[in-house]
Design a protein around this ligand. Structure first.
Ligand code: ADP
Ligand code: MG
Length: 227
């Protein structure tokens, strides 16, 4: 089943008597196991689109279907529940909690409903991301790449169907960025998770299945990577 599907998304902002269509009719869909990048100049609507895909914002017009559920008319509480069950987030600046260890940071999305298996699951995710010897380290004891691996492990703690990443390699040098992109690709392939990465980084296009180009809130030509 298509993981997320949008139809004719419009996001309109009104400021000081002016209106601006930040998104002007976006049809976007992603299948399980696909790794897709969204590229476009500053102001083209990337963050707006990512926020709507993540159920963090609602469109002015159009429809969003997440994992078979039309979420367009859902109230905040239902959207939040669905978001937690279905979507993981990775950010440019990691957003780890400085006083928590790697394992504890990975557990954060689940702290309100801890369960006996959770610590083990967090450890396994970190081991899988190559951090088996950093489980009890705090963020200031980790490199940038290691911090982003912790953030990726955290995004997977609820077994999401969709991972949304905002400039995931933006704060990393290119070698470390490549390692992080390799991790995303592996997760998409092995776990059948759909991954959307918003980026300025041309490097990302070597790893993704396809690239969506945003220009002034509309989708331009779509590059398909032969794979
Ligand atoms: P990008 O992430 O590609 O830089 P954004 O999605 O942040 O683009 O913004 C798209 C357009 O919408 C920009 O012109 C921006 O100024 C405008 N915009 C974004 N958020 C708001 C807001 N809350 N109110 C008014 N205009 C906004
Ligand atoms: Mg942005």
């Amino acid at each position: 089943m298509t993981v997320i599907d949008t139809q004719e998304l419009v996001k309109r902002y009104r400021t000081g008597g002016q209106t601006l269509d930040a998104l002007a009719g976006i049809d976007f869909a992603i299948e399980p196991g696909e790794f897709v990048s969204i590229m476009g100049p500053s102001g083209s609507g990337k963050t707006t689109l990512l926020n709507i895909l993540g159920l963090l914002a609602t469109p002015t017009e159009g429809k969003v279907v997440l994992d078979g559920t039309d979420v367009t008319g859902l109230n905040d509480r239902k959207r939040t529940t669905l978001r937690k069950q279905t979507i993981g987030f990775v950010f440019q600046h990691f957003y780890l909690l400085p006083t928590l260890t790697a394992v504890e940071n990975v557990k954060v999305p689940r702290l309100l409903n801890d369960d006996p298996g959770l610590t083990n699951r967090a450890r396994k995710l970190l081991e899988r991301l190559g951090l088996g010897d950093r489980l009890d380290h705090r963020p200031d004891e980790l490199s940038g790449g290691q911090k982003q691996r912790v953030a990726i492990a955290r995004s997977l703690i609820n077994s999401p169907k969709l991972v949304l990443a905002d400039e995931p390699s933006g704060a990393l040098d290119s070698d470390t960025g490549r390692q992080i992109l390799d991790e995303f690709k592996r997760i998409a392939d092995q776990d059948n998770v759909a991954i959307v990465a918003v980026t300025h980084d041309e490097l990302v296009n070597e790893y993704v299945d396809r690239t969506v180009h945003l220009v002034d809130g509309t989708i331009g030509q779509e590059g398909k990577n032969g794979r």
